[in-house]
Design a protein around this ligand. Structure first.
Ligand code: TXA
Ligand code: MG
Length: 339
C-alpha cells in the first residue's frame, strides 16, 4: 500500500466551470492510487479509484472507517453503473432516468469486478451518479469509477466545506478540490433494490414518495440496530454523523432545556426556529431556516461551527414530523446522545 499522505494539496476550482488543469491534477492522483477530496451536490466525498483495492483501502485508513462499512461508488452515467452490477432491474432504470445525476444511491447485486474492500464483502454495491460538475469531470478525466464516502473521520459529521475536510483529514489525504460549500448539505438517499422489496436504507434529499411514484411501494427506513444485531446497512449504526458536543433533540420547550443546561454551568448551542432571544452568556442561539431544503444546506455547517466554538451541549428543536423533514429529523436523531 502507498504510505499515507503527509501533505495535503489544496486546489481551488470553480464549482460551475472547473478548469481542465485542476481536474487533470486530481485525476493523476486518482490514477496513482491516491486520495482526493471532492465536492458533490450533497457533501464532500473522499475519492479513490473504485476498481483498485489498495487505493480504496487507503480511504478506510484515512477515515479510520471500520472495514465492515461499505462505500458508495460514483459513476458517470447509467451505462457505467450497469457494468458494476450483476442485475439492473427495470426499477433501477426508471429511477436513474429520473434522478441521475443526483442525490440518489442505488444498492444492487454487485459484479465480480467490484473489489471486496468497496462492498465490505457484501454481495451488493451502492452506486450513484453525482450532479456536481467537479465530481462528474473528475470521473470523466480519471476514466474510472470513484469510491467515495463522505470526507470526514469515521462517525464524525460530514463535511460541507473544505475547512471541515481539512479539520478532520489534513495530512491524511493527497489533494482537496476546493469548490466552495456544497449546496445540498446532507447525504444522498440510499435505496436498496437488491432484495425482494425496495427499501430505504438512509433517508435523504429525495423523498420516499417521489421514489414510490416511479416504482411503487417501498419499505420505510430500516430501523436502526443496536449492538450485534445484523445491520441492513452498515452505516445505520445509531450514533453517526455526530458533532463533538453532546446533542439533544427536543420537540418543545427548548428554552427550558437550554436554561437548565446553563444553570449547570455548561456552554450551550441552540438550533432554534424562532428569532434568538438574549439567553445570556454561555448560550449561542442560532436561528435555523424554516424550509427543509435551506435547513439541510445549513445543518452540518452549523454543527461544525458550534464544535469550533467548543460548546458542550447542543439543543436542537425538532422540525415537524412530515415527509420533507424526514431526512433532517433522521440526522438530528443520529447526532444525538440520548438514544
Ligand atoms: O451523498 C452521499 O451519499 C455522499 C457523497 C460523497 O456521495 N457519500 C456518503 O457516503 O455519504 P458514506 O460512505 O458516508 O455513506 C454511505 C452509506 C453508508 O451508510 C453505507 O453503509 C451505505 O451507504 N452503503 C454503501 N454500500 C452499501 C451496500 N452495498 N449495502 C448497503 N449499504 C451500503
Ligand atoms: Mg459518511
Amino acid at each position: 500500500m502507498t504510505p499515507a499522505a503527509s501533505e495535503t494539496r489544496i486546489v481551488r476550482v470553480d464549482p460551475q466551470r472547473p478548469d481542465r488543469e485542476s481536474i487533470r491534477a486530481a485525476a493523476d492522483v486518482i490514477i496513482a492510487r491516491g486520495l482526493v477530496a471532492i465536492p458533490t451536490e450533497t457533501v464532500y466525498g473522499l475519492a479513490a479509484d473504485a476498481l483498485n483495492a489498495s487505493a480504496v483501502a487507503r480511504i478506510f485508513v484515512a477515515k479510520g472507517r471500520p472495514p465492515t462499512n461499505p462505500v458508495i461508488v460514483h459513476v458517470s452515467d447509467e451505462a457505467a453503473a450497469t457494468e458494476l452490477v450483476s442485475r439492473w432491474p427495470m426499477e433501477a432504470s426508471r429511477l436513474a432516468d429520473r434522478f441521475w445525476p443526483g442525490p440518489l444511491t442505488l444498492v444492487l447485486p454487485r459484479s465480480p469486478r467490484v473489489p471486496d474492500v468497496v462492498t465490505a464483502g457484501l454481495p451488493t454495491v451502492a452506486l450513484r451518479v453525482p450532479a456536481h460538475r467537479v465530481a462528474a469531470e473528475l470521473i470523466a478525466a480519471a476514466e474510472r469509477p470513484l469510491a467515495a464516502p463522505s470526507a470526514n473521520p469515521s462517525t464524525r459529521l460530514s463535511p460541507t466545506a473544505v475547512e471541515h475536510v481539512l479539520s478532520g483529514l489534513a495530512g491524511r489525504i493527497d489533494l482537496v478540490l476546493d469548490g466552495g460549500p456544497t449546496a445540498g448539505g446532507i447525504e444522498s438517499t440510499v435505496l436498496d433494490l437488491s432484495s425482494e422489496r425496495p427499501r430505504i436504507l438512509r433517508p435523504g434529499p429525495i423523498a420516499r414518495s417521489a421514489l414510490e411514484d416511479l416504482i411503487g411501494p417501498i419499505e420505510p427506513v430500516a430501523a436502526r440496530v443496536a449492538g450485534d444485531a445484523p445491520m441492513p446497512s452498515p452505516g445505520m449504526m445509531s450514533r453517526h454523523y455526530a458533532p463533538r458536543a453532546r446533542l439533544v433533540c427536543v420537540e418543545q420547550d427548548a428554552d427550558k432545556r437550554v436554561a437548565e443546561l446553563v444553570r449547570r454551568g455548561l456552554r450551550v448551542g441552540w438550533l432554534s426556529f424562532a428569532e434568538p432571544v438574549d439567553s445570556g452568556p454561555g448560550v449561542i442561539a442560532i436561528q435555523m431556516p424554516r424550509a427543509a431544503v435551506a435547513y439541510a444546506a445549513r445543518l452540518y455547517a452549523t454543527l461544525h461551527e458550534l464544535d469550533a466554538q467548543s460548546v458542550e451541549w447542543i439543543v436542537a428543536e425538532l422540525p415537524p414530523d412530515s415527509e420533507e423533514w424526514h431526512a433532517i429529523r433522521d440526522r438530528l436523531r443520529r447526532a444525538s446522545t440520548d438514544e
